[in-house]
Design a protein around this ligand. Structure first.
Ligand code: PRX
Length: 573
């Protein structure tokens, strides 16, 4: 099925001739968009903030922030001063140096953005932790990254096992009534007194910028390191894919705890000097439609689960709002089902443009562009400068319409540069030294469009958030009643997948509704709310390989009523 563009964008978009651009494109040409092209010195925060503050955009609003308690706006000039102040606070109050990790663990607020860009200005690698993380999740990430500085709030600090983190030197608390100690510093007090001039730490394009932890199917979460060079692709996709224009008001709904919230919730829009909206607090259809209307949002980047939740609220809710300023809507993180595309057409009067990428790719890779015909259900075509293909398990390219591993030719500008402390894991992501293998299965059609089929590994995508079954299973196993646990993603009409746990109990313990609720709560309060199983099924025994590994493949087959395949490796059959 093909649909024509709803909004006539011909001649009104940044990538007018995809095929021609794709054939002739060279990333080198993008360098001219940046000041370092002339100076040889780079810092993402300079390119995203200071450069605009020193231009005719100085008084343009960079950030509109709104949540239940605050409604504020900051110009690029304000952002320059405030990020300078944050940088001065970190520099004066800790021993943090270029390349050291500074983590931010807090809900969205203007201070989060000041702190993150301030950290980058002083050459630190900025790590982010989603506010829903609980103790184990935080501990694993801060320990692995050897974070030296943490920026958080008083309430969230309770979840940080400070005494078990030997590298953590200073904790900056944002908020009121902060009790200071040798290690704990009142950020607001220091910030108020800090100088608003700062000498930026100029770094190399290949120096560390951000560290995002993400999940695989085995082992602890892995730290994906991106470098300043990522700006080349984040800028260029901001132009082609987000289709940003000078007078846009842009809203990316992702939290900076995830890669979308930094790459497209900070860097891409601000590299273009665009006004950006951040909405804090919880999702509600009224808040979201209200934000689109009140800020006259023109470009909106969100996720299928959010669109499905808006759909679920009913089209009548929309009748109270005027969304006529919207001109470009995009989606990421999960398969964008054709029903959602249809809803976008009929109700929002917008084509929803799917984009595919992942934490490891650092920027959008396969996308639908404003100039392109959309095939509902397809993720689109590779960004010019990116070569994508489908390979078999030996790394050999397969013909169109053959399902296989979605792979990207190594060397795109925003490619991850390291998996923190784990070179072997990093190397294992590449096949034949040539292809980065995504872990997704897909096929390509004969027009070069890519069609997502699923994850090859056991990674769960729930409400657009990536959850590793191993992390959840490890937490469940800490519960005193549990003997064994296996976790899978179960298809769900709203969230894409939900987390389902199969659990066997220790001898003498009987399954009960109370126990089920207790285990859910145990994961929710110990790991993260979004990682807690929504469903639990107690089993006498779980299927295992001879080496004792739980076979999630079989659990999934049970769940979906599919044949379980060859169970001959199951140990205690
Ligand atoms: O399975 C793919 C899915 O999200 C995974 C990456 O998750 P994460 O690293 O958390 O990054 C999410 C946003 C950048 C992918 O391996 N995914 C992402 N985009 C799409 C998608 N699945 C289907 N369609 C998409 N457009």
């Amino acid at each position: 099925m093909r649909i024509e563009p709803l909004v006539a964008t011909e001649g009104n978009h940044n990538l007018s001739d995809y095929e021609k651009t794709y054939a002739n494109f060279n990333w080198e040409n993008v360098n001219e968009a940046f000041s370092w092209h002339e100076t040889g010195k780079v810092n993402m925060a300079y390119e995203a903030i200071d450069r605009h503050a020193e231009s005719s955009k100085a008084n343009r609003t960079a950030l509109y922030f709104e949540d239940a308690d605050r409604k504020e706006s900051y110009t690029f000039q304000d952002m320059k001063s405030l990020t300078n102040k944050a940088a001065n606070v970190f520099k004066e109050q800790s021993s943090i140096q270029k390349g050291d990790r500074l983590f931010i663990f807090m809900p969205r607020s203007p201070e989060l953005y000041f702190a993150l860009l301030g950290a980058i200005k002083m050459g630190a690698v900025a790590g982010t932790l989603f506010e829903a993380f609980m103790e184990v999740a935080i501990y694993d990430r801060l320990l692995d990254s050897e974070a030296k500085v943490l920026v958080t709030t008083k309430a969230l600090l309770e979840r940080v096992p400070v005494e078990k983190l030997p590298h953590l030197e200073k904790i900056f608390i944002i908020g009121e009534d902060v009790v200071e100690s040798e290690t704990t510093i009142d950020f607001n007090k220091e910030f108020a007194n800090a100088r608003d001039q700062f000498d930026i730490e100029w770094v190399d394009l290949e120096d560390g910028l951000v560290l995002h932890y993400t999940s695989g199917s085995t082992g602890k979460p892995k730290g994906i390191l991106h470098v300043h060079n990522a700006m080349i692709q984040q800028y260029q996709t901001g132009k082609w894919v987000l289709d940003l224009k000078d007078d846009d008001i842009y809203w990316c709904t992702a939290d900076p705890g995830w890669v979308t919230g930094t790459a497209y919730g900070i860097f891409a829009p601000w590299l273009h000097g665009i006004s950006m909206l951040v909405v804090g607090g919880r999702f509600s259809p009224q808040n979201w439609y209200g934000a689109l209307q009140n800020y006259k949002v023109s470009v909106w980047y969100s996720a299928p689960t959010a669109f499905r939740m808006l759909m679920g609220a009913g089209n009548h809710v929309l009748e109270d709002y005027d969304l006529s300023s919207l001109r470009h809507v995009l989606s990421v993180g999960e398969p964008l089902n054709p029903e959602v595309v249809k809803w976008g057409n009929e109700v929002l009067h917008q084509r929803i443009h799917d984009t595919w990428w992942m934490t490891e790719t650092g920027a959008q890779m396969i996308c639908n562009y404003p100039s392109m015909m959309i095939k509902p259900g397809s993720m689109g075509k590779p960004v010019p400068g990116v070569t994508a293909t489908i390979v078999d398990d030996q790394g050999i390219e397969v013909p169109p319409f053959t399902m296989g591993n979605l792979a990207i030719k190594k060397g795109w500008p925003s490619m991850m540069r390291q998996i923190w402390n784990n070179k072997a894991k990093y190397d294992s992501c590449f096949m034949n030294e040539e292809w980065y293998v995504s872990g997704d299965s897909a096929y390509m059609d004969d027009d070069g469009y890519f069609w997502f089929q699923g994850r090859i590994d056991d990674v769960i995508m729930t409400a657009g958030e990536r959850v590793g079954p191993f992390e959840v299973e490890s937490k469940i196993l800490e519960h005193p009643a549990v003997l064994e646990a296996g976790v899978i993603g179960k298809p769900d009409p709203i969230r894409g997948e939900i987390i389902k746990a199969f659990i066997s109990l220790k001898e003498g313990i009987e399954p009960s509704e109370e126990l089920e609720a207790a285990i859910k709560l145990f994961v929710k309060t110990g790991l993260a709310a979004h990682a807690a199983p929504r469903e639990i099924e107690f089993k006498e025994k779980l299927p295992k390989t001879r080496s004792g590994k739980i076979m999630r493949r079989v659990l999934k087959a049970w769940e979906l009523d599919l044949p379980t395949g060859d169970l001959s490796t199951i140990g205690d059959d």
